[in-house]
Design a protein around this ligand. Structure first.
Ligand SMILES: Cc1cc2nc3c(=O)[nH]c(=O)nc-3n(C[C@H](O)[C@H](O)[C@H](O)COP(=O)(O)OP(=O)(O)OC[C@H]3O[C@@H](n4cnc5c(N)ncnc54)[C@H](O)[C@@H]3O)c2cc1C
Ligand code: FES
Ligand code: FES
Length: 488
């Protein structure tokens, strides 16, 4: 099996690399193959942000810029995109970019190891916001930097730099030249033979055919889970099937009744779409990993990976979402919770892919909240996750729908608690009863994230909090408060 040619735009040139193995990461290509060391390796698992780079992709007549972790991103996944690293910000004569000037002026670096990663997350923000005259606030800077860790400077000067960069004279990327180069690479890639170690079909039909022909190939989307199997568990795959090139799987469509999300829609875009109907979910979504992980990771990947502490599934269960599985044999749709059969096991056949996620749109009387309890506010995995979705009409619960993570081998529906609430008045006595039912419904394990007793206690507490928030809807939630809490 041959490796396909990898082509991307870097430093104004089209870079062409033959012989790149399917599981080679972008960071390995940068540091080991191209000898480029401005991009750092820290954790090698998507957590620290030292390896952050920015990718540019064509979106209509514009370029969309996204900061991603190069350590868990497969090199072939950036074929046909533009790349910027920390070594590419200054002009050829050495004049620093506004991002670099601002970090310098605000004393945003001490040992400097994290600084290239912070600079790249800031560069992504600069391209997407500053150049489009969108304000850089403390809160949105904190979100943009949520995937970058610094252990010596402290975050205040770096957040100062985020706001300072917007005050400096603007520096533009030559997008018209870039668009031409991206078009050139796209045309060169057309009609290539499919018998490659790294396949990235462009249509759903081609994906389903490839899945049927090569069921042994490792499916990969954003690679934010698979990247850890490669880097930390030292797994290798002779053949990779990348779903992120499939146009149909990258679309979001809304009808009167449903929002339908393609499985390869990134978490960033999927959350933005779901937030349009339900803006109260923003604080929950902004606590899913950090921005660079959300920019690569997909909603379908989160579901298919099936971690019992994955964050989107409890919410999707509560929303009564369904998943659509497809193969060359046809399509089938099933409720979100019916997808799982055991710890990281699901009903997908060897020739199937997860194609779409169908999420019902809000109905009158909806009350919805999702809560994540973790040790760190951002970039951390849940100890417990609870999503509560009630329909309350004339003071009575007409439909309760509750999804829970971190209490069983799979994400689960809290069937007994739903039954305890259905048909009851939304009042303190029924809430108290439901809290007791919820605390008794599951038998979680104790592990390094939390003890079983803590998990059960906190579940009931979260339901009580939900009750309080429905009584005082205009008061900011704790999650909103802590996000805004950095602002001086
Ligand atoms: C630093 C860090 C922080 C994280 N924080 C969180 C967090 O807060 N909450 C959370 O829930 N998760 C978190 N994750 C896990 C991960 O980011 C998510 O699970 C993400 O949604 C995975 O999506 P992906 O596209 O990267 O999947 P991939 O890694 O590409 O794939 C994951 C699995 O899904 C399969 N797959 C992907 N797409 C399809 C498809 N269309 N059809 C069939 N199978 C498919 C793959 O074969 C693989 O088995 C974190 C990860 C990292 C590295
Ligand atoms: S090296 Fe830590 S996120 Fe990549
Ligand atoms: S400056 Fe040392 S880790 Fe950030």
């Amino acid at each position: 099996m041959t490796h396909p040619l990898l082509q991307f735009i870097w430093r104004g040139e089209i870079v062409t690399l033959p012989h790149i193995a399917p599981t080679r990461t972008l960071l390995q290509v940068l540091r080991e193959d191209l000898g480029h060391h401005a991009t750092k390796e820290g954790c090698n698992e998507g957590d620290c942000g030292a390896c952050t780079v920015v990718l540019g992709e064509r979106q209509g007549e514009r370029i969309r810029y996204q900061a991603v972790n190069s350590c868990i991103r497969l090199a072939h996944s950036i074929h046909g995109m533009a790349l910027w690293t920390a070594g590419d910000l200054a002009t050829p004569d050495g004049t620093p970019h506004p991002v670099q000037q601002a970090l310098h002026q605000c004393h945003g670096s001490q040992c400097g190891f994290c600084a290239p990663g912070f600079a790249m997350s800031l560069f992504g923000m600069y391209q997407n916001q500053v150049l489009h005259d969108q304000p850089v606030t403390r809160a949105n800077a904190q979100e943009a930097l949520s995937g970058n860790l610094c252990r010596c400077t402290g975050y205040r000067p770096i957040l100062d730099a985020a706001q300072q960069m917007a005050q400096l004279p603007k520096v533009q990327v030559d997008e018209s030249k870039l668009l031409q180069q991206l078009e050139h690479v796209a045309q060169c890639s057309q009609g290539l033979e499919a018998d490659f170690s790294y396949e990235k079909p462009a249509t759903l039909n081609d994906l389903l055919a490839a899945r049927a022909a090569t069921p042994q190939a490792q499916i990969v989307a954003g690679c934010t889970d698979v990247g850890l199997w490669i880097n930390k568990a030292h797994m290798d795959f002779a053949q990779v099937l990348d779903v992120t090139g499939v146009a149909e799987l990258r679309t979001v469509e809304a009808s009167d009744s449903h929002t339908v999300l393609g499985a390869a829609v990134t978490l960033t875009d999927a959350f933005a779409a779901l937030e349009q109907d339900r803006p109260q979910l923003h604080p929950f979504f902004s606590r899913f990993a950090g921005l660079p992980v959300r920019n690569s990771g997909t909603l379908g990947g989160n579901i298919a990976n099936g971690s019992p502490i994955g964050d989107s599934m409890p919410l999707l269960i509560a929303l009564r979402a369904s998943v659509v599985l497809m193969s060359v044999r046809g399509a089938r749709e099933l409720p979100m919770e019916a997808f799982y059969t055991g710890y990281r096991k699901n009903v997908m056949a060897a020739d199937e892919v997860l194609a779409f996620i169908r999420v019902p749109r809000p109905q009158p009387g909806e009350q919805l909240r999702a809560y994540k309890v973790s040790k760190r506010l951002e970039d951390d995995i849940s100890a417990v996750c609870l999503a509560i979705h009630l329909q309350i009409l004339d003071g009575k619960v007409t439909q309760a729908s509750i999804g829970v993570g971190g209490v069983a081998a799979t994400p689960v529906r809290a069937v007994a608690t739903e039954a305890a609430l259905n048909g009851q008045p939304w009042a303190p006595a029924s809430v108290k009863q439901a809290m007791e039912t919820l605390r008794g419904e599951f038998r979680p394990i104790s592990d390094m994230r939390a003890s079983a007793a803590y998990r059960l206690e906190v579940l009931g507490n979260l339901l009580e909090r939900f009750w309080q928030e429905t009584q005082h809807p205009d008061e900011p939630t704790l999650q909103t408060l802590s996000l805004a809490g950095v602002a001086p």
